[in-house]
Design a protein around this ligand. Sequence first.
Ligand SMILES: Nc1ncnc2c1ncn2[C@@H]1O[C@H](COP(=O)(O)OP(=O)(O)OP(=O)(O)O)[C@@H](O)[C@H]1O
Ligand SMILES: Nc1nc2c(c(=O)[nH]1)N[C@H]1C(S)=C(S)[C@@H](COP(=O)(O)O)O[C@H]1N2
Length: 173
Amino acid sequence: MVRIGILTISDRASRGEYEDLSGTAIEAWLKRAVTTEWKPVRRIVPDGIETVRDALLALCDEERVDLVLTTGGTGPAPRDLTPEAMCMVIERELPGFGELMRRVSLESVPTAILSGQMAGTRGHTLIINLPGKPASIDVCLNAVFPAVPYCLDLIGAGRIETDPRLCKTFRPA
Ligand SMILES: Nc1ncnc2c1ncn2[C@@H]1O[C@H](COP(=O)(O)OP(=O)(O)OP(=O)(O)O)[C@@H](O)[C@H]1O
Ligand SMILES: Nc1nc2c(c(=O)[nH]1)N[C@H]1C(S)=C(S)[C@@H](COP(=O)(O)O)O[C@H]1N2
């Protein structure tokens, strides 16, 4: 069965100071849109290069998930280090994901340009970064997810299908 890692990166949510609404929004979006049987692997860590690197390595190399969606730590504040951790983990960057997510996010918030969200592959796992704001989750996933199933096919990850009313998966003929 396909397994999808959901990694929340937030100092305060990891300490329980607020509820992890963004990780929950990712899981809810996937529950609505992905029709293939799949299992979430939820993790939460504080911001930091090592914390994020180690969580990503564990999800990719030990849990062997097909896809990881992260939320948080993509901004320019000193403790926002998700992109730096990504650079230590991914073997190939896929710049189109970050480009498109920033473009659609700019339609609602000018500060979307502050996010260094990126995506890349490690072995048979695709990793995509989303911003920390709960409201950014649906905007970003609606934009990029139509390309995710084919990307998973190409890297030898599990096959997933989506509900075309919510997400029109595109697989070139
Ligand atoms: N996982 C989350 N669940 C709910 N709200 C979140 C989450 N992550 C971020 N937010 C909200 O988005 C805002 C901006 O996100 P950002 O990642 O910049 O937070 P932050 O102020 O650095 O938080 P933290 O100190 O927890 O890492 C936060 O102040 C918070 O209101
Ligand atoms: N769609 C969307 N994208 C967004 C935002 C948002 O509210 N909605 N917030 C922006 C802001 S204010 C910041 S600082 C960056 C980085 O956020 P992060 O550090 O929580 O990942 O994401 C940006 N991208």
